[in-house]
Write a protein that binds this ligand. Structure first.
Ligand code: AMP
Length: 393
């Protein structure tokens, strides 16, 4: 059984081809600058990496070349070996509570809601449309970043704003990174060998979100109506007082979307440090006593700790805290600082074990009140698993 996982952006298409017998990646790669000059692709397989500059006018071109290459390079012997294609979709609103087989009706619903994630959903749909054109007989599955968060209750997902904003315009918390948090939940289930546990999953990468999970089900998450809310991120502000927006609009002569652009692309670590959005650069600068980087890093840690504390109370305690994604899996000092601030909850980590990176590792000590793990996330595998599951059903 071979399944392709797809993450399509407006000018890119990322893929992983899985052999689902043992869930290993046979090949993976990226098509970039689709529709822009200088388009190219990279395919990795068998320890080799092939890169080529080639004209890619549309996503259909990228899919055609991808499938040609998979057979030309003998990665698969024929296209018949591809049993299904899973696609990441950023926003499913409350129309999609779980992954679904793509049908014309699903495409119509996606069309209806694309305005809720204008930067992502239309691009995700381009990927589906391209594969449906090139592989019309292969089942496609849509996997939603928001679906895992659909179990939040009304008190959690409603904002304290006029009710009609929710009823008339769908203004509410939807969350994001759900596929990653679901993967973490399934992995913790396997590690603990039981279904009942209170988990705080910290997906901290360039984007970041924290999710509270009880017995396998999401009860709250830090991202909101859009992925701009919640903790401080690489370039995103996370939660701020919305009154800042009209104030800066007036001061800088900008419109609302320009200020939102500042909050999405020029805030967070990047905005506060005036140096970089990458935690590696920030840590390096902190070692040189760069004042803005020091404050940015403290704020970053503080926001994460605030959410963990909030969810600890919401869950009535916690059994497991997981760190995942770029910073969570790799940044030894950031994990240490977060856990030090959680000492009042009885969290204790082993500093040697905390030196581990990119592998499933329990970093808490035996007498820690909460087990703390590093678990590398794998959204692509989760998409492939859902695809396999649905096409079997
Ligand atoms: P992601 O969005 O999950 O790919 O995470 C990307 C981010 O992870 C980068 O922008 C870095 O801030 C962070 N990152 C990756 N490797 C390291 C590392 N070794 N130490 C600290 N941060 C890292």
């Amino acid at each position: 059984m071979k399944i392709i996982s797809i993450n399509a952006g407006s000018s890119s298409l990322k893929f992983s081809l899985f052999d689902m017998k043992d869930e290993h990646v046979i090949a993976s790669g990226l098509f970039e600058r689709i529709g822009i000059e200088g388009s190219n692709y990279t395919i990795k397989f068998n320890g080799e990496k092939i890169t080529q500059e080639i004209e890619l006018s549309t996503h259909v071109d990228a899919v055609n070349i991808l499938l040609d290459k998979l057979t030309d390079l003998n990665i698969i012997s024929s296209l018949d070996e591809i049993d299904g294609v899973g696609h990441r979709i950023v926003q499913g609103k409350d129309l999609f509570q779980e992954s679904v087989i793509v049908t014309d009706e699903v495409m119509e619903k996606l069309e209806e809601i694309k305005g809720f994630a204008p930067l992502h959903n239309p691009a995700n749909m381009l990927g589906i449309e391209a594969f449906r054109k090139v592989l019309p007989n292969v089942p496609m599955v849509a996997v939603f970043d928001t679906a895992f968060h659909q179990t939040m209750d009304k008190t959690t997902y409603l904002y304290p704003v006029p009710y009609s904003w929710y009823e008339d315009y769908g203004v509410r918390k939807y969350g994001a990174h759900g596929t990653s948090h679901r993967y973490i939940t399934e992995t913790v289930k396997k590690i603990l060998g039981r279904e009942a546990f209170r988990l705080i999953s910290c997906h901290i990468g360039n984007g970041g979100s924290i999710t509270a999970i009880k017995d396998g089900v999401c009860v709250d998450t830090s991202m909101g109506f859009t992925p701009l809310a919640g903790i401080m991120m690489g370039t995103r502000s996370g939660d701020i007082d919305p009154s800042v927006i009209p104030y800066v609009m007036e001061k800088e002569g900008k419109n609302a979307s320009e200020v939102i652009d500042d909050l999405n692309k020029r805030s967070g670590l990047f905005g506060m440090s005036e140096y970089s959005s990458d935690m590696r650069d920030i840590v390096e600068q902190c070692d040189m006593q760069n004042e803005k980087c020091l404050v940015a890093r403290q704020k970053y840690v503080r926001r994460i700790v605030d959410y963990i504390a909030q969810y600890y109370v919401l869950l009535g305690g916690a059994d497991v805290i997981v760190f995942t994604a770029g910073v969570g899996e790799n940044s030894v000092p950031v994990r240490r600082e977060i856990c030090e601030k959680l000492a009042c909850l009885g969290v204790k980590i082993d500093l040697d074990l905390n030196n581990q990176r990119g592998e499933i590792t329990k970093i808490s000590t035996e007498d820690s009140s909460i087990a703390v793990y590093i678990i590398p996330t794998d959204e692509e595998l989760m998409i492939a698993r859902d695809t396999l599951h649905l096409i079997h059903r």
